[in-house]
Design a protein around this ligand. Structure first.
Ligand SMILES: N[C@@H](CCOP(=O)(O)O)C(=O)O
Length: 337
């Protein structure tokens, strides 16, 4: 492709796009508390990125953060972020959907402000990524924007940003949106394939794209609206596809998260099907920093994932510390030596 772009939203304070919305939300809670509104803290359910952003901004504002995490289902880097920022961290023996149900119940009973993306303040912040894309292309709208989707607030936030630019007359159209899901956690994909009839949540299976391991997304209706109004598409990616795509992207110098791998796999699939043309201006949204996901990257490059080929693995060479062995190792990788 000759007009392919990656919009990096993970090179930010806590390493994911969640910072864009959370700074808006926590600022508003800060204001409400200063107006003596009874809010004892801010809470969320999370697969790791929302909790990191919430904890950081709450710590900065001096507001208690309460995060519900599915035990053993997020990366160590993501787990340590709220711990280090002093949040109240509940590691729960359930999945994300279970955590989400619990935090909704809790926030209905006590004055803890809910920070997940069903709160429109989050979306107002996140939509700025779409506005930035338009601005960065000098207000020319790309043909396609591909966004990984789990709880599905972000695909709607992108739609909102693009729709706002069009309404303000800054742009003349909105791009076609693609929501990319992991095949192991694909309720939106199944809904799309069924012609948007009768949405059913799924039990999300483990995926390396752990931040989108969600079977009952809270923003399902908004996501459907965004896709229907942007002539959108939903694609899915297998574990092999998403890990390979992420590793392939890293070979260009990026350091992508597995969710970006999902979006890149969707692009590859849609190119192969002829839906996206070689010359289409296409933006793939990279949602988090790859350094949050080093465990899965190490497993991939060590070829320690039995069910995957790990086609782009680059394991380190174990070499004796003598000149002959070192030269042999270099010759094995540099034929011209
Ligand atoms: N991937 C998310 C899941 C929660 O989504 P949200 O956008 O509703 O907060 C996470 O990082 O926790």
């Amino acid at each position: 492709m000759n007009d392919l772009w990656v919009k990096h939203c993970g090179i930010s304070h806590t390493g994911s796009f969640k910072d864009l919305g959370m700074t808006v939300l926590v600022s508003q809670v800060n204001r409400l508390r200063k107006l003596n509104k009874n809010l004892i803290g801010v809470g969320c359910a999370s697969t790791g990125d929302t909790s990191a952003a919430l904890s950081a901004y709450c710590a900065s504002a001096g507001i208690p953060a309460i995060v519900f995490l599915p035990a053993n289902k997020i990366s160590i880097a993501q787990l340590v972020q709220p711990i280090a920022n002093g949040a109240i961290v509940l590691s729960l023996d359930t999945d994300f959907d279970g955590c989400m149900r619990l935090i909704r119940d809790v926030t209905e009973q006590v004055p803890i402000y809910l920070a997940n993306s069903l709160n429109s303040l989050r979306l107002e912040g996140q939509k700025t990524a779409a506005i930035e894309i338009c601005q960065q292309f000098d207000w020319e709208v790309p043909d396609w924007v591909i966004v990984p989707g789990g709880n599905l607030g972000n695909i709607y936030a992108f739609y909102k940003g693009f729709a706002m630019c069009r309404e303000l007359g800054l742009t003349d159209r909105i791009p076609r949106l693609v929501c990319a899901q992991a095949a192991n956690a694909n309720p939106l994909y199944l809904h799309y394939k069924a012609g948007w009839k009768n949405f059913s949540p799924v039990k999300a299976a483990p995926t390396f794209a752990s931040a989108i391991q969600i079977g009952d997304p809270v923003s399902i209706d908004r996501a459907v609206y965004a896709l229907q109004n942007s002539d959108g598409i939903v694609e899915e990616a297998t574990e092999e596809e998403l890990m390979d795509a992420s590793a392939q992207a890293d070979l260009t110098g990026m350091f992508t998260c597995p969710h970006t791998g999902v979006a890149l796999s969707a692009l590859i699939n849609l190119r192969e099907k002829g839906v996206i043309a070689r010359t289409d201006r296409t933006v793939v949204v990279s949602t988090a920093h790859g350094l949050k996901f080093t465990q899965s990257k190490i497993a991939y490059h060590s070829k320690e994932i039995p069910e995957l080929q790990c086609n782009f693995a680059n394991p380190p060479l174990e070499v004796n510390a003598d000149l002959g062995s070192v030269m042999d190792a270099l010759r094995s990788r540099l034929p011209s030596l």
